[in-house]
Design a protein around this ligand. Structure first.
Ligand code: SAH
Ligand code: SF4
Length: 408
């Protein structure tokens, strides 16, 4: 088995973690990990830089899926690479397209050992007139238990490797035909400004990105590489429930945009809704926002606020929010609560959301209400949870019923 090493450990990083006897994929790897793989494949040191830039171009610009497609790479090296690695993407377990064009993919990640059957994650593509946003997951499940979030109820939890985060973007681009020279599949959203289908990335899928910071940082490095996927750092947004110690490093080391899941204006309520608040209360969180590296009027922090009927949606709370964000370069994003089976919450009435938004708007803040997208395929904020976990439970139940009935 090849062991993964974190990039800041000082040692050269190994290519990627893979189960015994399996070849790792190169898709999603950083320059450092690809270089390590070239070394392992016996490429002489003086050639490595050139080979790396060829591979990088084929993987991230052209979306190559076979080493044989890499026409400027010598046949002998193609064979050697194929002996050591693949260009495989995570398996698409399910692809769903919502009536509003939102697409959701459930991906199965390669098993990490003999006992592992392969964890599953979801990513969601949201096409809009001026952009295409991909919402990626950073963990399988989430260890935090925000009371209104479906992901928090999932039991199986592990951090995603950096390549597993990047691979979500690669799969989306594969499915959208988002490579130069390849024509998009029928029905795909086509950007009107000549831009890419996937122009923005938000870490708002499953998991708490700042509990997996080293891998998220490495993934952002690959996503924003100017010779590769070329996403603008200003179009990468990391959403956190408030892991305060990682906020400053995120700004300093990745220059990405920050979104904070605020959801309450006092500690008593936030303790209940976003329990990490007990560890890092509102005052500490807001201080980290005030001093977020790179924050400015043009690069504002987004404060997300989920609208829960009768819980946090009074106009007094709207006014309290305006007061507490004074002095911070902020914009406020109101998210209508997306219900999920078994939740105790309801979404605020639309009229109340509008009144709430007006208070914020009148105080000088942009206060867009996030239109729920993909609700019909459970792809909206906070609805993500590997369905397969539920399907497995259902399959187990059916099996037990069959056994009880004596059928097969
Ligand atoms: N863990 C990170 C990012 C993932 S959640 C975080 O909490 O910020 C992305 C956003 O969706 C967060 O603002 C989260 O609070 C919100 N969210 C979670 N469940 C929701 C639901 N059921 N309806 C609406 N928004 C929800
Ligand atoms: Fe985790 Fe974010 Fe959901 Fe909270 S809202 S449980 S931090 S994914």
């Amino acid at each position: 088995m090849i062991e993964a090493t974190l990039p800041d450990s000082g040692a050269a990083p190994a290519p990627v973690l893979s189960p015994p006897g399996e070849r790792p994929t190169l898709v999603g790897l950083s320059r450092e990990r690809l270089t390590a793989l070239l070394e392992q494949a016996g490429v002489p040191e003086k050639e490595r830089r050139m080979r790396l830039s060829q591979l990088w171009h084929w993987i991230y610009v052209r979306g190559a899926e076979e080493f044989g497609d890499m026409t400027n790479v010598a046949r002998q090296l193609q064979t050697r690479l194929a002996e050591h690695a693949t260009l495989a993407r995570p398996e698409i377990v399910r692809e769903q397209v919502s009536a509003d064009g939102t697409r959701k993919w459930v991906l199965r990640l390669p098993p990490r050992g003999l006992a592992d059957r392969g964890a599953e994650v979801e990513c969601v593509y949201i096409p809009e007139r001026d952009r295409g946003t991909l919402c990626v997951s950073s963990q399988v499940g989430c260890t935090l238990n925000c009371s209104f979030c479906h992901t928090g109820t999932q039991k199986l939890v592990r951090n995603l490797e950096a390549w597993e985060i990047v691979a979500q973007v690669m799969v989306a681009r594969d499915r959208l035909g988002d490579y130069p020279g390849k024509s998009p599949p029928e029905g795909a959203f086509v950007p009107t400004d000549g831009g890419r289908f996937v122009s923005n990335i938000v870490f708002m899928g499953m998991g708490e990105p700042l509990y997996n910071y080293a891998n998220v940082r490495e993934a952002i490095g690959v996503l924003t590489d100017p010779q590769g996927l070329q996403l603008s750092r200003r179009k990468v947004t990391v959403s956190t429930s408030g892991v305060v110690p990682e906020i400053a490093p995120l700004g300093a080391e990745t220059a990405s945009m920050l979104a904070i899941s605020l959801h309450a204006t006092n500690d008593a309520l936030r303790d209940e809704l976003v329990p990490i608040n007990r560890k890092y209360p509102i005052a500490e969180l807001l201080e980290a926002c005030r001093t977020y590296p790179g924050v400015s009027n043009a690069r504002r922090i987004t404060f997300e606020y989920v609208m829960l009927k009768g819980v946090n949606d009074s106009l007094a709370e709207a006014r309290a929010m305006v007061r507490m964000l004074r002095g911070i370069h902020a914009k406020i994003n109101l998210i209508p609560f997306n219900p999920w089976p078994g939740t105790q919450y309801e979404c605020s009435d639309w009229a109340q959301i509008e009144r709430f938004s007006e208070v914020i708007f009148d105080a000088g803040y942009a206060s867009p209400i996030r239109t729920p997208r993909g609700r019909d395929i459970l792809a909206a904020c906070g609805q993500l949870k590997s369905d397969t976990e539920k399907m497995r439970a259902r399959a187990r139940l059916m099996l037990e019923e069959q056994l009880a009935l004596g059928t097969d």
